[in-house]
Write a protein that binds this ligand. Structure first.
Ligand code: ADP
Ligand code: ASP
Ligand code: MG
Length: 439
């Protein structure tokens, strides 16, 4: 059994949905995890935000625009009356549900409902198309087996237990289609795994079904050695270790959801990144094996806030860092980077929703400086501590850019620097030239 996840562009048009169908229909049994068509989740977020602002008419108008799009998609995708009718009824039902949600007014649960519709639509349309083509497919509802707990963390044991009956029920089916991204929370309300979460769904489902491989099919031929949106001439990396891929995903390589490597790594299931538009391209194979050492790739994470915590009685007094960490713990805010000196600690967070409370608390025992609009640039590879000059290569490449923090030695897999976001593009390009193009 394998899991194949197709992203938004891969199912972004009727012809792409047909192409995905021919890719998955190879006679092997698999779970196919689909994202919403590209643009749909953004549109649903806009509807939910309009609702939050009380702009009911605007939310309804946006909903109508989206409905019209789906009516057109179904008309092109399907040709047989029976399946056209099924799709028309399903689309009408979904958009009525969104309208009913809008009528209820904004709440976090309504937001969860609205955002879930994109994956429900894409999976049903592809399923109807596969039935029309006589393919031995089944649709299994993610909302009946994907669960997160109160902290928003997926419950792998629950997922495993609830997925099992569906796998048994559809033993005779080769293709089991399901929704990425969406799940239920501890209150049984519809929720999601955050933006880009379909990758995470795929790896959780792969772990729960004890899959042989988790394949992430997207619009590029694997993990590149730098962000292709900012740097020219990036190249795909053939193999990565779980640790390297996890660092890249966590520190901003958009091709993977920040947490999606962890379930695969925990259950030792290889992850293969493939290009839907160019299936013959090799892609990137991610497993526990470290094939080669040295720098592999660079990624960047934006919207970082740096906090400097100064105290005259600081580091020499043990227990100070504990006090600092307790504040972040109490506000459930993870720290990404940390550097220390005799008189101050600097650290970064990527979620500033609790910043006010955190600062207030820290100010009871230290003076605080906050800088927003920072980016972490993360150079990933398997870095050998006894090899000279690896950190120097990074800092030399970035000699024209003011570095706010440097982090090296936390693991064998990354060197990170914190810079102002305005320098991000330049920093990515400089690192590319110095680390990957000069040699
Ligand atoms: P999907 O909708 O299939 O999940 P995403 O847009 O989420 O696709 O992810 C694929 C995109 O990630 C690529 O088109 C590319 O622009 C971007 N990306 C950013 N960094 C990298 C990288 N290091 N390697 C490959 N793609 C990257
Ligand atoms: N549709 C969701 C999003 O746009 C999930 C995903 O595509 O992975 O964020
Ligand atoms: Mg994605």
């Amino acid at each position: 059994m394998i899991v194949q996840k197709f992203g938004g562009t891969s199912v972004g048009s009727p012809s792409n949905m047909q192409h995905v169908t021919s890719l998955v229909n190879d006679g092997n049994r698999k779970i196919v995890v689909l994202s919403a068509m590209s643009g749909t989740t953004n549109a649903l977020v806009e509807i939910s935000e309009a609702l939050k602002k009380g702009k009911i008419e605007s939310a309804k108008k946006k909903n109508k625009v989206l409905l019209d799009k789906y009516v057109k998609v179904a008309a092109v995708l399907l040709s047989k009356e029976e399946f056209k009718a099924k799709a028309a009824a399903y689309i009408a039902q979904i958009f009525e549900e969104i309208n009913a949600a809008i009528e209820q007014g904004y709440s976090i649960d309504i937001e969860g409902e609205i955002l879930s519709k994109g994956e429900l639509l894409s999976t049903h349309l592809v399923y109807f198309y596969q039935l029309q083509e006589g393919i031995n497919a089944a649709l299994i509802p993610a909302l009946e087996f994907m669960y997160i707990n109160e902290e928003g963390d997926p419950q792998i044991d629950v997922i495993k237990e609830r997925l099992k009956p569906f796998l048994e029920q559809h033993r005779d089916k080769n293709i089991l289609i399901t929704q990425g991204f969406i799940c239920r929370n501890h209150k049984e309300k519809v929720s999601n795994l955050k933006r880009g979460g379909s990758d995470y769904s795929a790896s959780l489902i792969g772990a729960a079904a004890n899959a042989d491989c988790i394949e992430i099919w997207t619009d590029i031929d694997g993990m590149h050695n730098n962000d292709p949106r900012y740097v020219e001439n990036t190249t795909p990396i053939r193999q990565l270790s779980f640790d390297e891929a996890a660092e890249l995903a966590y520190f901003g390589a958009k091709i993977l959801h920040p947490f999606c490597i962890f379930p695969a790594q925990e259950f030792n299931i290889p992850v293969l990144l493939k290009n839907t538009m160019d299936p013959a391209a090799e892609g990137t194979y991610i497993s526990k094996t470290i094939i080669s050492r040295g720098f592999k790739a660079v990624a960047a994470k934006d919207n970082i806030t740096a906090i400097k915590i100064k105290s005259s009685r600081m580091l020499m007094a043990y227990g100070f860092l504990k006090k600092v960490f307790e504040v972040f713990d109490c506000y459930r805010t993870p720290i990404d980077m940390i550097t220390t000196s005799e008189v101050a600690v600097s650290l970064t967070i990527d979620n500033d929703s609790e910043l006010e409370g955190i600062i207030k608390e820290l100010e009871t025992f230290a003076s605080i400086e906050v800088e927003s609009e920072q980016s972490i640039i993360c150079v990933v590879g398997t870095l050998v501590a006894d090899k000279h000059g690896m950190a120097a290569q990074v800092t030399e490449a970035l000699s024209s850019i003011p570095l706010r923090m440097i982090s090296y030695g936390g693991s064998d897999y990354n060197i990170s620097v914190l810079i102002r976001s305005e320098y991000k593009s330049e920093a990515l390009q400089l690192l590319h030239q110095h680390l990957f193009q000069n040699s």
